[in-house]
Design a binder for this molecule. Structure first.
Ligand code: C2E
Ligand code: CA
Ligand code: CA
Ligand code: CA
Length: 281
């Protein structure tokens, strides 16, 4: 029995060791990927309702892994957040998004998005030089500050209201806008609206799914939109997947929408060529 116990603990140690190695391996592969330039910028349009013209676009990262193909952020952002690599990744996408949209605005102002939004992970709000970095990205690319929106989730904003609102004030003094992402999924959403300076409110997809045929949910979403509009915020409905949802949202007074029904995330170049192609007739 003693031997068995020893064996078991060896197996346990071996397993731990293997897990650690595999994690280190994943970490190294991700770091190399960033340095080898395997990250890709995808853009998803945010359209006006009811006109359905592209107003702006959200930057969403992808990893073009040479072995496994295109990877969605869910497969590597959590590791990047744990290891701190997220700072470097988000800085890359910020610069890439500002550059791409600025370039597009210069090449073809008629089809270019008027603004681009970039997701920021929690770790950024702890950085004393966040504002400097954002200012640098704007200066380096020439993008106008009011063409940049920074998206932060409720859970991130919730951490320390005093620190957060100080940071956001600094950023807003540059002229950039702040969005609350996944609005409604946190626990005291109204508190943020009171204490934290924001410009855009993105209603989480979970409120849009199942909207059709659910009167109570419709009332809730209308109320959120009205509240946002009363506070002078731009309100975006996320995750619009079909025409019925869109029609309903439109009747409810929705002004901006994003979702597969209106355009999937795609490489910036392909979105550009699609929208800028001459109309054939
Ligand atoms: P998010 O910021 O809430 O982004 C919206 C997600 O919903 C995107 O997933 C988008 O592809 C997806 N989506 C858009 N429309 C629809 C729809 O109609 N139906 C459904 N089912 N999904 C839709 P994606 O690109 O996989 O990104 C997932 C999350 O990863 C993002 O959620 C964001 O939290 C994070 N993320 C993405 N890019 C970055 C980045 O550059 N930096 C950081 N820190 N996080 C990022
Ligand atoms: Ca987002
Ligand atoms: Ca979201
Ligand atoms: Ca989300």
């Amino acid at each position: 029995a003693k031997d068995l116990g020893k064996n078991r603990s060896m197996t346990f140690e071996t397993r731990m060791h293997e897990q650690l190695l595999s994690r280190l391996d994943q970490e190294n592969r991700l770091r190399d990927a960033v340095h080898r330039g395997e990250m890709r910028l995808h853009l998803q349009p945010v359209v006006t309702v009811p006109g359905l013209a592209m107003s702006g676009a959200e930057a969403l990262i992808r990893w073009q892994d040479p072995h496994r193909g295109l990877q969605a952020p869910g497969t590597f952002i959590p590791l990047a957040e744990e290891t701190g690599m997220i700072i470097e990744i988000d800085r890359w996408i910020l610069l890439e998004a500002c550059h791409t949209v600025r370039h597009w605005q210069q090449k073809n102002p008629r089809t270019a998005p008027a603004w681009v939004s970039v997701n920021l992970s929690a770790a950024h709000l702890d950085l004393p030089d966040l504002t400097d970095h954002v200012a640098y990205a704007l200066a380096a690319t020439g993008l106008s500050p009011h063409c940049l929106v920074l998206e932060l989730t409720e859970t991130v904003l919730m951490r320390d209201v005093a620190v957060t609102s100080g940071r956001l004030d600094e950023l807003r003094r540059l002229g950039v806008r702040i969005a609350i992402d996944d609005f409604g999924t946190g626990y005291s959403s109204l508190g943020y609206l009171r204490d934290i300076p924001v410009d855009v409110l993105k209603i989480d997809r979970s409120f849009i799914t199942g909207l059709v045929g659910n009167g109570r949910q419709q009332e809730l979403v209308s109320a959120i939109m009205q509240l946002g509009h009363t506070l002078g915020l731009r309100v975006v409905a996320e995750g619009v997947e079909d025409a019925d949802q869109l029609a309903l949202l439109s009747v409810m007074g929705c002004k901006y929408a994003q979702g597969y029904h209106l355009g999937r995330p795609e490489p910036a170049e392909s979105l550009y060529s699609r929208l800028s192609a001459p109309v054939l007739n």
